[in-house]
Design a protein around this ligand. Structure first.
Ligand code: HEM
Length: 500
């Protein structure tokens, strides 16, 4: 088994660059391929290797299929990427429907990424301070000749909290970078360590298989420097050490969120917080609603002073502590598909044999280890406290939200599954007529005209059901990118030059 060459992996796969609090994402079209090649060849792309001292800047580059094509990557190579990457986030009405991108969030209304507005590539800039200077340094000749800017996404630093005010970026999967962990064929335990192939292409994933990616004939122009595929050594691996990057601009109606909660709380501030906390599944400070117990979760330890993340939903099968439909429970049900294990061996075997479980909803969810995401989002806009958010908006209230970003080797099995089956679905863990309380678009789905409820159970019974929950999030843009390894990036910049 080959060790991972960190110098060949773009840094975002390993680091969140939290120290580099200023960032902007430049969404670009290729104006002139030769000039783009020259700029890309000299670009200071940050790798995942540790440096002697933490860097003050970072730069990452990711491509859409049109960008690969504009750089002259042959069609036969591009076709080796996944179907959903090739289609694009807004490529089909059926995909938009599944992702919940309808009504106000429909791609036709997006600022970027919708029909005719898909960028070719994205340059992501991170810096500790003075973003303008870093941007000017990067945009040196032949930048102007090479690229046209479709849109620039600016970010802001809300001190680790997302715009509604909740601490974010707490629960992340970890990956077996050292490739030491055997991949279990079948496990009932929730683990936070995933096979490296769940993040990077070119390594075995949680099915112990290599995810499809473009493999090139060694004699293909420019392929010489690429490394052989581990599973097919006669071919060169264009995917190796690369990953897909999903980017979505999610505008948050922060005033709408807190004013709705204030209304249903009858103006009582403590009740307003309690309802918001129930919707997220964590407090504003990030503490989970599941009380501490002696559970252990492989791959995660709680740090003093930081919000807890060592927990499962084992001891809360009915959602009494953390509502079944809370955002974090939908986004990662941990082991909620196998309630009660391992003390209930009969239930585990029944689940493995697909024998229906006695409690409605128990068999609705697949094992979470196949559906984890590495989130790398950044907020934008000006922060509002919940109290400020309860005040009427001034006429010039600027937009705020999350540039949601996540990385993973399989867009359809990871991002699209979580977004569709767990967040947008109106049938989840026995719940009906509701979708994610933060993200739901409240649009009718198939035979379910009502989707705007939120259920809060207590002692196994429905204690409170909020109805008519408004839409708080509107999608303003989005695209699927490929974040190549550094060897692959050199191939992408040289492939077209080689064939001309
Ligand atoms: C504006 C939109 C969103 C907001 C305000 C939001 C907010 C949050 C917050 C406050 C947390 C808890 C902190 C943490 O565990 O890191 C969280 C966790 C999470 N969110 Fe979101 N989120 C948003 C969109 C999304 C989307 C689009 C997805 C996936 C498609 C997603 C997936 C997750 C996941 C996987 C977790 C971690 C759950 C866990 O492992 O316990 N979120 N989010």
């Amino acid at each position: 088994m080959n060790p991972v060459d960190y110098n060949d992996v773009q840094g975002l796969a390993r680091f969140g660059y939290a120290r580099l609090t200023e960032a902007s994402y430049l969404l670009l079209r290729v104006r002139n391929a030769e000039a783009a090649r020259a700029w890309l060849a000299a670009a200071p792309v940050s790798s995942a290797a540790y440096l002697p001292s933490a860097p003050d800047t970072a730069l990452q580059i990711a491509f859409t299929p049109s960008g690969l094509s504009a750089m002259g990557v042959p069609r036969s190579a591009i076709d080796g990427f996944s179907a959903e990457f090739l289609d694009g986030m807004a490529g089909h009405a059926s995909r938009s429907r599944r992702l919940g991108d309808v009504g106000k969030s429909a791609p036709a209304r997006w600022r970027w990424g919708g029909p005719g507005r898909v960028p070719d590539l994205m340059v992501m800039l991170f810096v500790q301070q003075n973003l303008d200077r870093w941007q000017q340094t990067v945009q040196k000749a032949p930048w102007e000749e090479a690229f046209e800017t479709v849109h620039t996404l600016y970010t802001s630093n809300m001190g680790g909290h997302e715009p509604f005010g909740f601490m974010d970026g707490i629960s992340q999967p970890s990956f077996d970078w050292k490739r030491e962990q055997p991949i279990p064929a079948n496990t009932t335990a929730y683990s936070n360590i995933l096979a490296l192939g769940e993040l990077l292409l070119g390594y075995p994933n949680e099915y112990a298989r290599y995810t499809d990616r473009p493999l090139l004939n060694p004699s293909a122009p420019g392929a010489g420097e690429l490394l052989p595929a581990e599973d097919q050594p006669a071919l060169k691996d264009l995917g190796l050490n690369g990953t897909y990057l999903v980017l979505r601009q999610l505008e948050q109606d922060v005033r709408g969120f807190w004013q709705y909660l204030d209304r249903v709380a009858g103006g009582a501030a403590d009740q307003r917080y309690r309802l918001g906390t129930a919707m997220v599944g964590r407090t504003l400070e990030g503490e989970p609603l599941i009380p501490p117990n002696r559970e252990q979760v492989a791959g995660v330890t709680d740090q003093p002073g930081a919000p807890r993340n060592v927990f499962t939903y084992d001891h809360d099968p009915s959602g009494d502590e953390c509502p079944l439909g809370a955002h974090i429970r939908r986004a990662n049900p941990r082991n909620a598909d196998l309630f009660g294990h391992p003390s209930e061996p009969v239930a585990v075997v029944a689940s493995q044999l697909a024998i229906p479980r006695p409690k409605p909803g128990d068999d609705l969810m697949a094992s979470t280890r196949f559906h984890r995401l590495l989130r790398r989002g950044r907020e934008y806009g000006i922060k509002l406290s919940p109290e400020e958010a309860c005040q009427p908006a001034p006429s010039d209230d600027p937009p705020r939200g999350l540039h949601f970003a996540c990385l993973g080797a399989n867009i359809v099995r990871q991002f699209e599954f979580v977004q569709n089956a767990w967040l947008m679905s109106t049938r989840f863990d026995g719940l009906t007529e509701e979708s994610d309380p933060l993200l739901g678009n409240r649009a009718a789905v198939g035979d379910c005209p009502v989707t705007g409820n939120f259920s809060i159970p207590r002692k196994g019974q429905l204690a409170r059901r909020l109805t008519g929950v408004p839409q708080f999030i509107t999608v303003r843009g989005g695209a699927y990118f490929f974040l190549p390894g550094l060897r692959a990036l050199r191939y992408i910049t040289q492939a077209g030059a080689g064939v001309r």
